[in-house]
Design a protein around this ligand. Structure first.
Ligand code: 5GP
Length: 193
């Protein structure tokens, strides 16, 4: 009899590191991996869907969930809260499904504390200058938000050595294919025969 064990994959990168695109490509290749929809108090962007990209909550609702111990981890940055919901991750893992978390570096390290076999993947940028250029191109934030994200990126980069795997995003297709190969290998090993 073969049994498939659910895995937790965590992908982090500084804002502008390209992780959202990479995550989308991974999910389309691995239908057996579920995206962990986080909760947040950040306002919804025009292209985002509640329950798909995030669960958009009021601050009071989020604080209630912290009180009720409903998060595996949560962080407050900029003026908003972000958190990984226990129900989401644990239910899937128990049922043999793997989950992919796209969260910040501190959240990633908190997940690893609770789930030591979680696989932490850091997507690095070729250079800090390039990261700043990418952030400016996005134009989704005001000037003040942009500066906050640049400062935040510096902090996030300082955590990369704590990750299990680091990939440099020089070429989107190439880095995506490298990460897919890693995930494929890990999922194969998770099959206990
Ligand atoms: P954004 O506001 O651009 O969607 O996300 C800002 C940052 O929050 C990104 O680095 C994203 O990965 C991170 N993030 C999203 N969900 C979570 C979460 O549940 N927990 C933590 N710790 N960070 C999250």
């Amino acid at each position: 009899m073969s049994e498939k064990k659910g895995k937790i994959f965590v992908i982090s990168s500084p804002s502008g590191g390209g992780k959202s695109t990479i995550v989308r490509k991974i999910l389309s290749e691995f239908p057996e991996i579920v995206f962990s929809v986080s909760a947040t108090t950040r306002p919804k962007r025009p292209d985002e869907i509640d329950g798909v990209h995030y669960f958009f909550l009021t601050e009071n609702h989020f604080l209630d969930k912290i009180k009720n111990d409903e998060f595996i981890e949560w962080e407050r940055f900029y003026d908003y809260y972000y958190g990984t919901l226990k129900t989401f991750v644990i239910d899937y893992i128990k049922n043999g499904k793997s989950v992919l978390l796209e969260i910040d570096v501190k959240g990633a390290l908190s997940v690893k504390k609770n789930f030591s076999d979680a696989v932490l993947i850091f997507i690095d940028v070729p250079s800090f200058e390039e990261l700043v250029i990418r952030l400016k191109k996005r134009k989704t934030e005001s000037q003040a938000d942009l500066q906050k994200r640049i400062d935040r990126a510096k902090m996030e980069l300082s955590y990369k050595d704590k990750f299990d795997y680091i990939f440099v995003n020089k070429d989107l297709e190439e880095v995506t294919s490298q990460i897919k190969s890693l995930i494929r290998e890990i999922l194969k090993k998770g099959e206990i025969v």
